[in-house]
Design a protein around this ligand. Structure first.
Ligand code: CP
Length: 326
């Protein structure tokens, strides 16, 4: 049955989950349900964004997010352009602001941006008229990852209220953790974080999560485990003794799950996985894993985000045209 939409999307940008309400998050998830149905058709394409141009500006590596946004835009019939920092004029010293304003001068509507610096998409949204979508900024937020994670949880379990979700691993360096905590708390789930003390930020409890350093405690009673990548590229040296020690204390293995977990536990991972480190092979590819469902759902969720922002852009263009006529 189609759900009634009770609120309207009014935001021009999607910069994070922190500023969204639970109703706005649910609006995106409900819209994504409609696009998931489109993606299951023999011809998975609709003309909804015809005439719009979306730029993927990726200043940091990505496989899933970049291709998912590109595919989402194409499925909605938008024109797309991909700019990768390493082969752009960034390497000649052009500033982010100049790059963005030059791209915008080619008449584009949205910029999807990933950047290693927290706050870069927020800065960009102040420099351009286009809508800006944060595709991951440093260790700050990764809003569409949290939305696709929430969508996957709702598809698999059907609810958020009272659900126990444990986020495991490198919480300190994780934008996925931060966006997931904001989203899950707003939706009524109970969130626990678990990892080595050196990878859990001080005072993270203030975000409304429980903290444990005991992996079996984090697994026991959990409905969902969201296992994070150990981000060796962001870490200073020596935050844990060795990879072998990490695997022994925090690695999610089939043995560990069979001993401690609920029978129907759901195991998630945002990718890319360090196989044999945060997850064993048999868990990554096993019956508890919804990792590839997350990737599939990501396209529908990103179509929903592009569609909702496009409605705001069109409404504002309509107003401008009306003013000119008057
Ligand atoms: N989950 C995620 O952000 O993956 P990518 O870095 O491949 O985009």
């Amino acid at each position: 049955m189609k759900k009634e939409k009770t609120i309207k999307w009014t935001r021009k940008h999607l910069l994070g989950i922190e500023g969204l309400t639970a109703e706005e998050i649910l609006l995106i998830l409900d819209q994504a349900e409609e696009f998931k149905e489109v993606l299951e058709r023999p011809i998975p394409k609709v003309p909804t964004l015809r005439g719009m141009t979306i730029v993927n500006l990726f200043c940091e590596a990505s496989t899933r997010t970049r291709s998912s946004f590109e595919l989402a835009a194409k499925r909605l019939s938008a024109d797309t352009l991909s700019i990768v920092a390493s082969s752009s004029s960034f390497v000649k010293g052009e500033t982010l602001k100049d790059t963005a304003r030059n791209i915008e001068a080619m008449k584009i509507d949205m910029i999807v941006m990933r950047h290693a610096c927290a706050g870069a998409p927020h800065f960009l949204s102040g420099c351009v008229d286009a809508s800006v979508i944060n595709a991951g900024d440093g260790a700050h937020e990764h809003p569409t990852q949290a939305l696709l994670d929430a969508f996957t949880i709702r598809k698999k379990i059907g609810k958020f209220k009272g659900l126990n979700v444990s986020i495991i691993g490198d919480i300190s360096h994780s934008r996925v953790a931060r966006s997931n905590i904001w989203a899950l708390n707003k939706l009524g789930a109970n969130v626990t974080v678990c990892g080595p003390k050196t990878l859990i930020p001080a005072q993270i409890e203030k975000m409304g999560v429980k903290v444990t350093y005991d992996i079996d405690e984090a697994i026991k009673g959990a409905d969902v485990l969201n296992v994070l990548r150990i981000q060796l590229e962001r870490q200073e040296k020596g935050l844990f003794p060795s990879i072998r020690e990490y695997v022994k204390c925090f690695g999610i293995t089939k043995d560990r799950l069979e001993k401690t977990a609920k029978k129907d536990i759901v195991v998630m991972h945002p990718g890319p996985i360090n196989r044999g480190v945060e997850l064993s092979q048999d868990v990554a590819d096993g019956k508890y894993s919804v990792i590839l469902d997350q990737v599939t759902n990501g396209v529908a969720v990103r179509m929903a985000v592009l569609f909702l922002l496009s409605q705001v852009i069109r409404a504002s263009a309509g107003k401008d045209e009306k003013l000119e006529e008057d």
